[in-house]
Design a protein around this ligand. Structure first.
Ligand code: F6P
Length: 364
């Protein structure tokens, strides 16, 4: 038994995703069963800075596994190493991480479990560098974190996206239309690739394979010639035309990662209708629907495994690591080796080749 740890603080940071509550529940239960107190900071790092927390008792974490979102709330704006404060009426960025460390000391919190994506885990690494005992848990629907095979939230998101594609088939077939579904994923095509295969898309467009609109037209015409009078396109929000760039929906000024992608489906629909005016084209942007709702069975189990493993790593004094899933084995990797290494779809990988083998076009 590691006697250094008597109290653990848990934070959920960045964009929410299904499975966060499963991790909170599993980590809290495991710790409480070992006689370790657990508290949850609210709104991620902001709660750590403002010392805003609630005790995570067995009652508090009971009945939450099936709930989407996070009972601790989240924020993707609060980087404590570059925190926006107002000085003399002017907004300036300051490193306020020491305030967080002092808050932990004041409350007797010995270690943190930080559940987050790339940006939040970068801060987790920076806290580890300051000597804080930290374990990271990889969260994001985008599945773009290096080292772990899969992040929790991804499986639930692809289920929602696949269901949307199934539903779009109805109108596509009834009206002989080209239906485009835009899914999230930032600069990675995992959601489009997985949901596109499972949802029987004819065309999948991902950031890793720049697309030529004329190849999409060829595919639609070829289907038409053999009597398939509709087509389904799954496009990742970060997909890039060969002669263009990503489509940006907005800039969130106060976010550490300010660019929000979105709108490529509308643009593609407009361009396609000009090239094939005989076809009706409609675009649907799935948006935050794919981040909401109840976690899938897979994500509940993965979240539970991650939560338990995070506490085990603290007990083993393996501070500064992130829990990972490799094959079917729960493992860990140092946060220093993870940051800045996005995991992208391999354009020559097995899954892309599988999709190509069954006739799916990537627009290249
Ligand atoms: O990283 C998760 C994610 O949902 C991305 O897929 C998407 O690009 C982004 O977050 C949206 O961010 P926001 O919730 O700030 O609009």
């Amino acid at each position: 038994m590691n006697t250094e740890i008597k109290k653990i603080g848990i934070l959920t940071c960045g964009g929410d995703c299904p499975g966060l509550n499963a991790v909170i529940r599993a980590a809290s239960r495991t710790a409480l069963n070992l006689g370790i107190e657990t508290i949850g900071y609210k709104f991620g790092y902001r709660g750590l800075y403002k010392n805003d927390f609630e005790p995570l008792t067995k009652q508090r974490v009971s009945g939450i596994q099936h709930l989407g979102g996070t009972i601790l709330y989240s924020s993707n704006k609060d980087n404590l190493f570059e925190y926006e404060v107002i000085e003399d009426g002017v907004k300036v960025k300051r490193d306020v991480s020491e305030v967080a460390v002092e808050n932990m000391k004041k409350e007797g919190v010995d270690a943190l479990i930080i559940i987050g994506g790339d940006g939040s885990l970068t801060s987790a690494r920076d806290f580890a560098r300051k000597g804080v005992k930290v374990i990271g848990v990889p969260k994001t629907i985008d599945n773009d974190l290096a080292v772990t095979d899969v992040t929790f939230g991804f499986n639930s998101a692809i289920d929602v996206a696949r269901d949307a594609l199934d539903r779009l088939h109805t109108t596509a077939e009834s009206h002989h239309r080209i239906m485009i579904l835009e899914v999230m994923g930032r600069n990675a095509g995992w959601i489009a690739l997985h949901s596109g295969i499972a949802g029987s898309a004819d065309v999948i467009l991902i950031p890793e394979i720049p697309f030529d609109i004329h190849k999409i037209v060829e595919k639609i015409n070829e289907r038409h010639e053999r009597g398939k009078l509709f087509s389904i396109i799954a496009v990742a929000e970060g997909a890039i035309p060969i002669d263009g760039s990503v489509t940006i929906s907005k800039i969130v000024e106060d976010s550490p990662d300010p660019i929000r992608l979105g709108g490529v489906a509308n643009k593609l629909a407009y361009d396609l209708e000009k090239l094939i005016p005989e076809h009706e084209v409609r675009a649907t942007i799935l948006g935050h629907l794919q981040r909401g709702g109840s976690p899938s069975t897979f994500d509940r189990i993965l979240g539970t495994r991650y939560g338990v493993k995070a506490v085990e790593l603290l007990m083993d004094k393996r501070y500064g690591n992130m829990v990972t899933l490799k094959g079917d084995v729960m493992s860990y990797e140092h946060l220093e080796n993870i940051i800045g290494r996005n995991k992208l779809v391999d354009p020559n990988g097995e899954l892309v080749r599988t999709a190509r083998s069954i006739g799916i076009t990537f627009g290249d």
